[in-house]
Every structure is written in C-alpha cells, then in structure tokens.
Ligand binder design. Structure first.
Ligand code: TXA
Ligand code: MG
Length: 353
C-alpha cells in the first residue's frame, strides 16, 4: 500500500505549491490523478515505460487497452506522431484544448507499453487549468486513462478517485467536480473520412460542422454487443462504466419509457430486490422504488452528462441491486450518455412500446 496524498488546488487561483509536488512525482515516474474538464485522469510520464506499466497495474487495466496521451502544446503532438493530417490541424484549431482525442500513426519515441504495441496513438489537450499546469510544468506528455479501477464508472471527483485507488497511487490533485462528466470523443484520423470510435464531450454534430464528412463506428452507436473482429479501438471490447448493481436501460418514446420503468420497478421490488430508478426531472415523480435519482432536466444535456457517473456510483453506495435507467435521445451529448449507459448495462436494453 502506498500513502496517497490528497492535494487540494483551486483551479482559478492555481496556487503552484501542490501542483509542484505533483510535478515532482510525475517526473520521478509516479502516478498522479488530476482533474480534466471531462473526468479525472490517472497520469504517468508517457515516455517512461516503467511508469506507464505501473499505471496499468494500479488501475488493474488489461495491457491491450492503451491510455490517451495528454499534451500541453500542439508542438508536442509532432514528437509523438508520424504526421498531422490537414483535417486534424483544423480540428485541433477548433476544439483544443477540449474534449476531443485524436488517433494518429505514432512515432518511434513512444514506448510500446504506452500504446499497447499498436502503430497508433491517442492524443488530446485537456481544457482544465490544473491539468495544463501539471503537463506544462512537468515538461512531460502525460499518459492518462480515467482514474477509476478498470470497468468502473469514470470518476468525476477526487472522492471517486480515492474510493477506487486510495493506497494504489501517489497522489490526487483535487480541484472539485469536473464540468463535462463524460470522457472525450475519440476520433480516428488514420482513416478517411475520420471515424468516431467513442462518442464523448465533443458532439458528433460539431465535428461534422468543421469537417463535413465524419463517420460513426458501429460500436459507438451499438445497441447490442457486436463481434469485433478487428480491435479497432481496443477499449471497445472490455466491459465499462459498470456499477456493482445490474443495469437495465429502457429506450423508446418518453411516455412508453415511463410505463415500462414503472412495470420493471414493480416486478423487481416484488422479487425482493433493492431497486433504483435513474430518472429525469420531468419523470422522477412518477416512480415508486427504493431509490429514485434524477439526472436533471431533459432540456439540458450538459447537466445530464455531468451527473451520470456520479449517480451510478451513488446507487452502489446505497446498496441497490438493480438500476432501471431511462434512455435519452441520442443527439448532441445524448449520444455519449447513451453509449455509457448501454455499456454499463452490458447491452441489457428494453425497448418500450
Ligand atoms: O476524457 C477522457 O478522454 C479521459 C480524460 C482523463 O482525458 N480519459 C479517458 O481515457 O477516458 P481512457 O483510457 O479511459 O479511454 C481511452 C480510450 C479507450 O477507449 C481506448 O481504447 C482508446 O481511447 N484508445 C487509446 N489509444 C487508442 C488507439 N491507438 N486507437 C484507438 N483507440 C485508442
Ligand atoms: Mg476509462
């Protein structure tokens, strides 16, 4: 067991004292969790193979699912990749710093373990003062998967990080809850048209406005588990975002969703299960269950995305056996929310009619 330091930092005032402690740890090959605008990441020096190996171990992450490498300057991308296609330059101008991860052919300086032996690398520049200060002060490119134990919902606060990783990492920089709440969009720039491998904080619609043609990989919008012949985004084949409770997602027209959620809640309560319902402000009042939580109003995607992972974790803390979750429409951030919910359920999706 390590002693995990809790380093508080105000992202506006940005006192450097705690950030410098974190910088020293990263430079020495240590593991530091830090906030980004999406979720907390678990950082290690991306060019230090030993540090990156310990990152996988701390998270219990399989060695075939590479992390995203975070940069503070566009010029650092050039060191990590073979070349930056013109379309990627346009995206970086429009969306960086921000929740967009781009996949490039990787350069030789990147250790094999950082990319799990792949010929490609995932890179992004986060839009968060603390993350950027950590990266720039350390002078490192920082490999950082989400700072949760593999398979669990991503952490949107330092408390979530410690719940999963206390004693397994060197420190966590705590700057309060993250603002977006779902991870970055992962876009493969090694194919043309570019392909969204994971929907996230940068909406598909916004990418199309800049690039014209962009494709969605079938698995990014999958409603059932697809056979993956070619592990295109390696992370696709692992179970993700899953609370301990079973999750059922109910999709369809809103009135049909409400009726089906009521029916399922009744069914599981009669069986003696401890039932949670993940609802929205417009519908929460209709349900009778052991725990009812609202993601927020259906008219505000940002609030829904921000609350998703926190509420999934809260259901576990309240000892719920089964979570019945309302589906939401899949435009804008809704696509990322539904991608996470469907995966969290292991594609246990009920179509309400
Ligand atoms: O918002 C985020 O992206 C957060 C914060 C911390 O930046 N990070 C994050 O990292 O979600 P992680 O490791 O949990 O997810 C990275 C995703 C995985 O689905 C992984 O399979 C994919 O990016 N990925 C990484 N390298 C790849 C590559 N070379 N080709 C395709 N997919 C890749
Ligand atoms: Mg993750």
């Amino acid at each position: 067991m390590k002693k995990t330091l809790l380093l508080k930092v105000d992202s506006q005032k940005l006192e450097m004292e705690n950030i410098r402690l974190a910088v020293d740890l990263i430079k020495k090959g240590g593991l530091v969790a830090f906030p980004t605008e999406t979720v907390y990441g678990l950082g290690a020096d991306a060019l230090n193979p030993k540090a990156v190996r310990s990152l996988f171990e701390a998270k219990k992450r399989p060695f075939d699912n590479p992390p995203i490498v975070h940069v503070g300057y566009v010029k650092d991308v050039c060191r990590l990749v073979k070349g930056v296609p013109p379309k990627a330059k346009r995206l970086m101008k429009s969306f960086w710093p921000g929740p967009l991860t781009l996949i490039f052919e990787r350069s030789k300086i990147v250790p094999d373990v950082t990319v799990c032996g792949l010929g490609t690398i995932a890179v992004r520049m986060p839009r968060h003062n603390v993350a950027l200060a950590l990266i720039k002060e350390s002078g490192c490119c920082i490999a950082a998967p989400s700072a949760n134990l593999a398979g669990k919902p991503s952490p949107t606060s330092a408390k979530h990080v410690l719940y999963d990783l206390d004693g397994r990492i060197d420190a966590v920089l705590d700057a309060g809850p993250t603002s977006i709440g779902v991870e970055s969009t992962v876009l493969d720039m090694t194919v043309d048209p570019p392909q969204v491998l994971r929907p996230g904080g940068t909406p598909y619609e916004a990418l199309k406005r800049v690039l014209g043609r962009v494709e969605l990989h079938p698995i990014a919008v999958a409603e059932k588990e697809l056979a993956i012949n070619e592990a295109h985004s390696p992370g696709m084949k692992h179970r993700h975002y899953a609370p301990d409770a079973d999750v059922i997602v109910v999709e369809g027209e809103l009135s049909a969703i409400v009726n089906k959620v009521k029916e399922l809640a009744e069914f599981y309560m009669q069986k003696g299960s401890n039932v949670g319902v993940l609802a929205t402000d417009e519908t929460a009042g209709y349900y009778r269950a052991d725990v009812v939580k609202s993601l927020g109003s259906r008219s505000d995607w940002r609030v829904i995305a921000k609350n998703l992972f926190r509420l999934l974790r809260e259901f576990d803390l309240e000892g719920v056996d089964v979570i019945i979750a309302e589906g939401v429409p899949t435009d804008r951030l809704g696509l990322a929310v539904m991608n996470r919910l469907r995966k969290a359920s292991g594609y246990n999706i009920v179509k309400a009619k």
